[in-house]
Write a protein of this length. Structure first.
Length: 114
């Protein structure tokens, strides 16, 4: 998305795979829209590949806790989505072009700059 070949490659890999799943928390999507107008519409077109994660109270609690420590809203939402949960007991990776934002937050990161 936005011309990043790694991001585009990951989306294509997910479209062609039964094992690769990509989730996009709503708050992350809105943060991305602030940086690049049109991302929300683009994700809407890719709804079969990119699954939007709705915000809920548990996410609000995580975001509030992390934001008190200076973490950005979108990063906090991604951390919440990537932490172990009932659907993904082992947790998930955060695929990002800003891996340093996730240092010390207890989630695995896939650096899309490489």
């Amino acid at each position: 998305m936005g011309g990043n070949k790694q991001v585009s490659g990951l989306i294509h890999a997910a479209a062609d795979s039964d094992d690769v799943r990509l989730w996009v928390p709503v708050l992350c999507l809105l943060e991305a829209e602030r940086d690049r107008a049109g991302i929300v519409e683009h994700v809407g077109v890719l709804v079969d590949v990119l699954r939007v994660v709705d915000d809920d109270y548990a996410m609000a609690v995580t975001i509030a806790e992390l934001c008190h420590g200076g973490v950005a809203f979108g990063v906090a939402a991604a951390v919440h989505a990537a932490r172990p949960n009932l659907m993904v007991p082992e947790g998930a990776l955060v695929a990002t072009v800003v891996p340093q934002a996730y240092r010390g937050l207890g989630v695995g990161v896939m650096d899309l700059n490489r």
